[in-house]
Design a protein around this ligand. Structure first.
Ligand code: LMR
Length: 328
């Protein structure tokens, strides 16, 4: 009975989502992996859907699938190239098999805060990165912010030595793997949807993520605490296939891209609030947040920053220099 009821509920939900699109409308499926609410990506995706469905009614119809309900980030880009999904916003760490240019964003302590990230992305060098995968059939359409990453584990993390020997879930990025190795920890690449279970069962000891992901996925419930390291950035690239973009009539494409640009500007400007609310929500829910003294934080910098040398050829010294200019 339970299974039947669940199947019915699922088919009603799916039916309702599909029924919203009329015959003849261009259906745009947007697949992502985070929460739909209280999350920078979830909020931005929903706002984009609302605006497209209102302003392009009769022409285009968007459906958002959050929480890895359609694809996880390991599958979504292949699905996009097959034409099974039209829009996604994976984190910049998830494009490794398509381009290495985004590696600069994974380098620890490269950017001081999200404003520096924003300035770099808005520069000519940053904007040209959106075109870096055209040969592979993917086009970047905009950077969406999330925020700075923090470390959490099942033991208190105060000094870098505390991470030694622990298993940390990382996104599938060689830079992040090298970063954890620099701490003598063991990096375990894993899909986002599997992290909570892996932390809960002890398959991994810790992870690194932003306040909104630590809160949204309830990682803090199965960790000793979260240490405010702000050691790296987690940002997104909104991406579509070049084939799909080319298939749109120019005026339809222009209207869609102009709505997307508006949503990007509006939600990126508000990201600090969403980030701060998630941090506060962790505290309100009884989660432990450890703040570091400047001396303690410097120890993490000293331990992790040498990783830059391993990737300088991939990311370019000129890009590193440009990124540093944007740090206040
Ligand atoms: C992660 O895998 O930790 C993040 O990329 C998830 C996300 O989309 O924020």
């Amino acid at each position: 009975l339970t299974t039947a009821a669940t199947a019915l509920a699922l088919s009603v939900t799916a039916g309702a989502a599909l029924a919203a699109c009329d015959d003849g409308e261009i259906v745009v499926k947007f697949s992502h992996v985070t929460n739909a609410d209280n999350h920078p990506k979830g909020i931005a995706a929903n706002l984009l859907m609302e605006r497209v469905n209102e302003e392009m009614d009769g022409t285009m119809c968007m459906e958002v699938y959050p929480n890895s309900t359609l694809y996880n980030d390991d599958q979504v880009l292949e699905a996009m190239l097959q034409g099974d999904v039209q829009l996604a916003a994976p984190s910049l760490s998830k494009f490794e098999t398509f381009t290495k240019v985004f590696r600069i964003f994974d380098l620890p302590f490269m950017f001081e805060d999200i404003n520096a990230v924003d300035a770099f992305q808005s520069s000519e060098a940053g904007q040209s990165m959106m075109d870096s995968m055209q040969r592979r059939g993917l086009q970047g359409l905009g950077f969406w912010h999330n925020g700075m990453k923090q470390f959490s584990a099942n033991v208190p993390l105060v000094e870098p030595g505390d991470a030694e020997g622990l298993k940390f879930r990382v996104q599938p990025s060689d830079v992040l793997i090298a970063q954890m190795e620099a701490l003598s920890a063991s990096p375990q690449p894993m899909a986002f949807s599997e992290v909570y279970g892996a932390l809960q069962t002890g398959v991994v000891d810790g992870q690194e993520n932003t306040w909104s992901n630590v809160y949204g996925q309830k990682f803090f419930e199965v960790q000793d605490g979260t240490t405010e390291t702000n050691h790296g950035v987690l940002d997104y690239l909104v991406v579509a296939s070049t084939d799909w973009l080319d298939s749109l009539e120019p005026d339809v494409r222009d209207q869609f891209l102009s709505i997307l640009d508006d949503v990007t500007a509006e939600r990126n400007a508000a990201v600090g609030e969403v980030d701060a609310e998630a941090r506060q929500a962790i505290l309100d829910a009884g989660g432990e947040i450890r703040e570091l003294t400047p001396e303690q934080r410097q120890m993490w910098v000293d331990a992790m920053q040498p990783v830059w040398e391993q990737f300088v050829d991939d990311v370019g010294q000129d890009n590193i220099d440009a990124a540093q200019e944007f740090n206040a």
